[in-house]
Design a protein around this ligand. Structure first.
Ligand code: HEC
Length: 108
């Protein structure tokens, strides 16, 4: 965990010097946002996916992480600052959230 943090700190300082592109930096952040990767629930393309299926009163229910590639910046920031039920709380800086937003909305 600490190694990842050190690497990310290193990479973000490199990003500032343009050794890696903004998109590369944002992708690393998406996969490793100092916690469980966004891709684990929202998918590598940010289009959302089923996280788990379970049976409730004989009916199959799906727990779904919604697509996040097509929401407004305001909703994106709001969700990250105040996650509702399932999503973990991250402590991301505004710059990090900006990078993530740019990244997910650029997914083809
Ligand atoms: C453990 C699974 C999980 C992880 C990891 C996760 N999310 Fe989520 N996310 C969800 C779920 C489920 C919701 C729907 C609201 C809820 O139940 O919390 C959600 C909601 C959102 C929303 C609001 C979508 C909307 O339509 O309003 C955004 C934006 C979002 N996530 C972004 C992210 C980003 C960026 C990351 C990584 C930093 C991330 N999520 C990591 C499960 C996850």
């Amino acid at each position: 965990m600490r190694l990842i943090f050190v690497l990310l700190t290193l990479l973000s300082s490199l990003a500032a010097d343009d050794f890696i592109t903004r998109t590369e930096y944002a992708k690393l952040l998406y996969l490793n946002p100092r916690g469980i990767g966004c891709d684990k629930c929202h998918g590598s393309d940010a289009k959302g996916k089923v996280i788990a299926s379970f049976k409730q009163k004989g009916e199959i229910k799906n727990l779904v992480a919604p697509p996040i590639n097509n929401i407004t910046k305001a909703d994106f920031f709001k969700a990250l600052n105040n996650p509702k039920i399932v999503m973990p709380k991250y402590s991301l800086t505004n710059e990090e959230m900006e990078s993530l937003y740019e990244y997910v909305t650029k997914q083809p």
